[in-house]
Design a protein around this ligand. Sequence first.
Ligand code: ADP
Ligand code: MG
Length: 225
Amino acid sequence: MSSAIEISNLKFSYGQHAILDIDELKVKAGEIVFLYGPSGSGKSTLLELIAGVLRAQGGVLKIGTQNLAELDSAGLDSYRAGNVGYIFQSFNLIPYLSVMENILLPFLFQKTQPDLNEVKNLISDLGLKDHINKPVTELSVGQQQRVAVARALIKKPNIILADEPTSALDYDHREKFLKILFDLCRKNNTTVLFVSHDRSIEKLFDRSISLIEHNRVQFSPTEVS
Ligand code: ADP
Ligand code: MG
């Protein structure tokens, strides 16, 4: 099976502060992977590198066949818009917009239009049909999270990057949320890289990876932000 993410000798520092030096890490296309590490160990930094928000100082980071180091900043923007769906810890929904407007946000400033049938199916799969015109502030946390999933999936990305989106939920809701996310991703053969410090959900994934075991930069807990 082909690789969705291929990392070797990837180096990243904030100024003089070395954060990541990852020898090798590969994720296959369609795989649903859990990457764990304590707070401050560089999980969000790694996701931002994969999303092309940050740039590595050395090494190889390939997404499909594309080496991100070869892209200029406009190239990275279009790579991100075309390939990556991001689910944030705090969901990052826009409070003054409706559910529908939040879901369609990735199409703002884009030349392409969403396929309305697919949008309808996604909304119904996520149980949001009766809420599309509500402001997102009127939704429960679980519903807001499903809006964040819809927004991340709306452009059928090859990769979903999820940054601890379950930390506000209790175990039952976490499990339900992950089941919905995984069902949708398996349907489209979407690769998922999900990071968290909370290993209680690890068994629900295809595979789990320890960031610390792959990182040559020694993690020192005193540096927790
Ligand atoms: P995690 O997501 O695993 O909690 P992060 O990737 O957020 O870890 O942070 C890794 C390290 O990088 C921490 O020591 C944090 O303080 C540092 N860091 C994160 N963002 C910045 C930034 N913008 N500038 C400088 N240091 C940062
Ligand atoms: Mg983080």
